[in-house]
Design a protein around this ligand. Sequence first.
Ligand SMILES: O=C(CO)[C@H](O)[C@H](O)COP(=O)(O)O
Length: 217
Amino acid sequence: MDHNALKKAAAEAALAFIEPGMVIGVGTGSTVNYFIDALASRKDDLRGAVASSEATAARLREHGIPVLDLNNVDELPIYVDGADEVNAHREMIKGGGGALTREKIIAAVARKFICVVDESKKVQRLGGFPLPVEVIPMARSHVARRLAALGGQPKYREGFVTDNGNVILDVHRLDVSRPLKLEEQLNSITGVVTNGLFALRPADLVLIATSQGVERY
Ligand SMILES: O=C(CO)[C@H](O)[C@H](O)COP(=O)(O)O
């Protein structure tokens, strides 16, 4: 099975968690796009969705699914999103699509974070995927120097502006052996908006598609 078929299988498995009347959080990326397309068949069950990016909001609207402002939502029982890497503790690196800040906000509010991935995303140790860091534009050089002092090799994602008007540094070769500590350390650099480590708030459930079927942990 190719990656896309596995992404679709993982995404569709998340539909089983939807209950009538729910507002759900919806992440960003190619795996989540399969989820959104499948969600169209359940749209009458939903009160609406909160989107982690403008791209996701547009796709939800195309399917006639109401997109709600998170500030007007009291309860978010589930949040479905992909990941660039996930380990056995359900800690993740996210932000390959650049939506990490809104993803982290929705994950913070949601009761249950369901991570949907194909088996290529499962890793023993996080850090093979360059860690995305969203930065206020005027702080780019300052933050890059601080990241280099931590042993990373930051690369400016040229030509990319986040939905929040900021820039992304993709950090190669960072030591991610202590994800919780590193997440806090990166958050404390002035000018950093968010980093793509999801260790302080890991997923609650991972649905991982393999050629043998969708497994969960
Ligand atoms: O964090 C993300 C976007 O910011 C995505 O979840 C992550 O990049 C995985 O994307 P895909 O499902 O396309 O492989």
